[in-house]
Design a protein around this ligand. Sequence first.
Ligand code: NAD
Length: 365
Amino acid sequence: MSYKITVLPGDGIGQEIMVQALRFLKVVAEKFDVSFQLEEKQIGGTSYDLFGNPLTEDTLESCYASDAVLLGAVGGYKWESLEHHLKPEAALLKLRKSLDLYANIRPARVYKSFLEASSLKNEILDGTDFVVLRELTGGIYFGQPRGYDKNEGYNTMRYSRPEVERIARQAFEIAKTRGKRVTSVDKANVLEVSQFWREVGKEVHKDYPEIELNHMYVDNTAMQIVRNPRQFDVMLTSNLFGDILSDIAGMITGSLGMLPSASIGEKYALYEPVHGSAPDIAGQNKANPIAMIASVAMMFEYSFQMSHAAKLIDEAIERTLKKGLRTVDIQQQGMKLVSTVEMTDAIINQFEEVANEQAVGMFLL
Ligand code: NAD
């Protein structure tokens, strides 16, 4: 198999962590019968400096012609005073919209060796493994009418049937490959748009009798994430509710430097860490590469149906953390402080080790 990937390092630490992600692609290509055709393009401030435009047609064309897009991060102090449409962040929004990436997936999975670092108690957190599936291109962020004047401000939360159907279907499809449970989040006790969301979800569910579906109000969901996060498998949310809940879910399980994400549409898919370009530590070989490497794992799982490779990467990250290696953002007493490159070296070593163990295991079977 051969896959074409557009590589967009972006700005700040985006460039450093992307170098590490590409090392991983090489290792995976060597281990599995797969090849990657990489096309590197510019986005964000780096693109603005070169072309006067944070997202060129050339970059977009490359994304349209790819099986997946890998993105580092964009932004930085240098570009903060640019006009809104020229800012690095505007490029990211335009890219997501152009590729019609309507489904955002953020896993909330706890690395065992990282349990101590969470704000929750071990016994509540241990075993947590769910994904937040957030609708990304509709809802109150895009609904019309919107505006404000001296006397009032208003936004409109609206969803069309196709918008809810496609995200609900995506949730059930993901649940099929996991724990077979979907929790659909809404505020149906007060919002009509949520009643509609719930009804359409139930209709789509008829095609997935093997999946368990339950409905939960958003306020209760926020509470349940910190009370008993193990109860969730796939959490299906609208744009606004998902924005808030995915941050809660992310932070109970790790630091910003460890959170990957996938944004998926009918035709295209983009994988990126949740964090930004971290200009405060850029260029210092300090950035945690785990969010980026875990985003590569998500690409294997969701775009290339290589969940075995994704699992190997996750296991390699888990073992590396267990050995006590920590980058500056997740530093703990008694642990070894390492650089971006050292952390990646260690994860690659662990990856080789796990892959070899599995090969021996298969042989013995
Ligand atoms: P940020 O995520 O870049 O950084 C927040 C804090 O977390 C900083 O102290 C940073 O050093 C630390 N951090 C983040 N990722 C890390 C990593 N991998 N390893 C170690 N430490 C890490 O958020 P910010 O400071 O609010 O924003 C900086 C720039 O990034 C802004 O221009 C912002 O608009 C942009 N941004 C981009 C994206 C994106 O590209 N998807 C997302 C958020 C922010």
